[in-house]
Design a protein around this ligand. Structure first.
Ligand SMILES: [Zn+2]
Length: 429
């Protein structure tokens, strides 16, 4: 199949920002041409993309797909459909499934299931420790051969620094990044939202910033000690940002992500005990939100991920302190993140770096828009207005705090390996 996207603004941060025709054949990008050639009426995949922006496929480095074990919340199929709708040509699936992805068989299962589906790509993240118990390291080398791209016990921290050190030493030896879910369990306790005035007003137990930042600092120290590539997941607060900024200045091999909810919402959004505003780490203060935005602007935070965490109403339609942590994010991430461009926090190229190029770099993937590379790309309609309606999500999860939000900027098409994973050109179905 030959696809041609005609006349879009093509942005590949650092190398391309120009109006071009993108031609794809046999799953690969075959040419980037000056526009102006007349349309090919006989090919329904010769698509007018004027007004659109074509970028290297977005990659979400942090999602929970729930299969195996909790298929009622999400399956690999529905999760990858949600990814394609959100413009993501690839996602990294965290290992906290049931059973945990802590061995070759589980990794192989996920890889083959995704391959069977043929939509957005799935890159499994392997567990740091068996069963996420924080004790015995998994067999990283074999899991890497089976397809894992990183290591994490996400959902839980690795509580003992000595275990984390050994994990980093092993990971460094075979070239895998270690993703830290930075949370001191003893400080987080049974808190259910940010510690502060809002928690006090609502009578809820709080989680202090220090529950996150102390482990961020610990893991930075361990990355410095071992030389391992460390990636900090879901950064929510000012103190973590400060620690990461200082570490980068010293040359520590650390990268970090935040999620759209941390730069869009604050703990005030929990006000009516809305369990769709309950996630871990929790929504913080306005001061923290501004620190996250500054850090995206100056590149201290490299990546925007979603921490897509689908739950059913069983886990969410309960009292706030009993509700599960987490929200879905795949289908709202781009729309929310484009606001950063309109607010002047970053330009479009910097946003595409945060949502595509930097995750690719961390995972060792070459997703440059150039002939010969896999045709993984996202077509964005930057002017489209739409309203978030969770009932229309491809994800099984309806747990979003952004229900009813009016967003500007929509995914027009998601193309993976030269196949349309989302978006149907006019006249097609
Ligand atoms: Zn986490």
């Amino acid at each position: 199949m030959r696809i041609r996207l005609r006349g879009a603004r093509v942005i590949d941060p650092g190398s391309i920002d120009d109006y071009l025709d993108v031609v794809m054949e046999d799953g690969l990008i075959s040419a980037l041409l000056e526009p102006g050639t007349p349309p090919d009426e006989s090919n329904p995949f010769d698509i007018d993309c004027s007004g659109m922006i074509v970028v290297p496929g977005l990659i979400d480095i942090h999602v929970h797909l729930r299969e195996p074990g909790h298929e009622y919340k999400e399956t690999i199929r529905t999760g990858l459909l949600a990814a394609a709708r959100g413009g993501f040509t690839a996602v990294c699936a965290m290992p906290n499934t049931l059973p945990v992805n802590d061995g070759i068989e589980m990794t192989a299962f996920m890889v083959s299931r995704a391959r069977e589906l043929g939509g957005s790509r799935l890159y499994p993240v392997g567990a740091i420790t068996r069963g996420l118990k924080g004790e015995t390291l998994c067999e990283y080398a074999g899991m890497k051969r089976a397809g894992i791209v990183a290591l994490s016990d996400d959902g839980r921290p690795v509580e003992r620094a000595g275990v984390m050190r050994r994990a980093m030493e092993y990971a460094r030896g075979i070239g895998l990044p270690v993703i830290s879910h930075a949370e001191d369990i003893s400080l987080a306790g049974d808190g259910s939202m940010n510690e502060g005035v809002v928690a006090t007003r609502l009578g809820l137990k709080g989680i202090p910033n220090a529950a996150e930042s102390t482990i961020v600092m610990r893991d930075i120290a361990l990355a410095e000690l071992t030389g391992a590539s460390l990636h900090i997941a879901h950064v929510s607060c000012r103190e973590s940002v400060d620690a990461i900024r200082r570490a980068k200045k010293r040359g520590v091999p650390v990268t970090a992500e935040t999620a759209p909810h941390y730069f869009t919402l604050t703990h005030e959004d929990v006000a009516r005990y809305d369990t769709h505003a309950k996630m871990n780490p929790p929504l913080r203060t306005e001061q923290d939100r501004m620190a996250i935005i500054d850090a995206l602007g100056d590149g201290t935070l490299d990546i925007i991920a979603t921490d897509h965490a689908p739950h059913s109403s069983l886990e969410k339609d309960v009292e706030f302190d009993r509700a599960a942590f987490g929200i879905v994010g795949l289908e709202t991430s781009l729309g929310l993140s484009l606001q950063l461009v309109r607010d002047g926090v970053m330009d479009m190229a910097a946003l595409i770096k945060a949502m595509s190029k930097n995750p690719a770099k961390l995972l060792g993937i070459d997703n440059d828009l150039k002939p010969g590379n896999p045709a993984d790309l996202t077509v964005i309609d930057p002017e489209a207005f739409w309203t978030v309606d969770s009932k229309l999500f491809a994800s099984k999860g309806r747990n979003t705090p952004f229900q009813g939000y009016n967003l500007k900027g929509e995914v027009f098409m998601t193309i993976v390996q030269g196949r349309i994973a989302h978006g149907i050109p006019d006249g097609q179905g």
